[in-house]
Design a protein around this ligand. Structure first.
Ligand code: MN
Length: 252
């Protein structure tokens, strides 16, 4: 590549500046390492993952009700080819006054998004899983603009604003950077969950502990306990008891 009018080199290696980005399949495989280490796919019906392409236009989200040793709700947001996941003991609440503890757990494969059924007792997460909500999500750019720039994105005083940086008014969606900075504001388009939410890391409580909070908007429902009000699976219409019974009788 010494002449500007030369025939382009064969593209079997990416030119400088076009090296595989962090959302390539090798990176997804690396991100799923912890998930796979915890599970024996000969014993559990959970997916090993790694075969589904990311949803470029509309990133996926789901919430699974998980009757494990302790009942909780797993909130999962698609980011860079995997499902970033939090275990929420009380489940998400559409009441902005309810700040729900959300414990970050290992990234899950995109294929987990339609998993419903039983995980054998004795296996990791043993118990019954109900697909409580599904849909897609997007960064809440309007609220993100109001926020301070993520610390590591802040340019030195007087410096030019970096091109393409999230610091440029906060309007560039970079959920991974927001999560690394400890706060993600996002809009859910689900069957049960709607509107704007935040996930914010708690300070001084270890890096796993976050809070999931509904923003005050038209989709807020003060006083509504949605997990009680709307307990059934969005994919099968079953209750968690029915899923457990079907699994133990071999019906899936
Ligand atoms: Mn779980």
């Amino acid at each position: 590549m010494t002449s500007t009018d030369a025939t382009p080199a064969p593209r079997d290696t990416p030119p400088a500046g076009e090296s595989p980005s962090h959302d390539d399949s090798a990176s997804v495989e690396a991100r799923l390492g912890r998930y796979r280490e915890k599970r024996d796919f000969e014993l559990t019906a959970e997916p090993a993952g790694g075969t589904t392409a990311p949803h470029a236009e509309r990133p996926f989200f789901c919430v699974q009700k998980h009757a494990a040793s302790r009942l909780h709700y797993d909130v999962r947001l698609e980011v860079q080819g995997v499902l970033k996941s939090w275990a929420v003991p009380k489940g998400p609440s559409p009441d902005p006054a309810e700040k729900r503890l959300a414990v970050m757990v290992e990234d899950h494969p995109l294929e987990y998004g339609d998993f419903e059924g039983a995980i054998p007792e004795g296996e990791y997460g043993g118990g019954t899983v109900l697909l409580w909500d599904v849909g897609w999500w997007e960064p809440d750019l309007a609220r993100r603009k109001q926020a301070r720039p993520a610390r590591h994105d802040a340019p030195p005083t007087g410096a030019a604003t970096p091109v393409g940086s999230a610091a440029a008014g906060g309007a560039t969606p970079d959920p991974e950077a927001d999560l690394a900075a400890g706060e993600l504001k996002f809009i859910l388009h689900g069957e049960k969950l709607h509107g704007s939410w935040t996930l914010v890391q708690m300070k001084g409580r270890g890096d796993k502990n976050w809070l999931m909070i509904k923003h005050r908007d038209d989709d807020a429902r003060p006083g509504l306990e949605l997990t009680q009000d709307s307990p059934l699976s969005v994919s099968s219409g079953r209750s968690i008891e029915e899923i457990a019974e079907d699994a133990s009788s071999g019906a899936g």
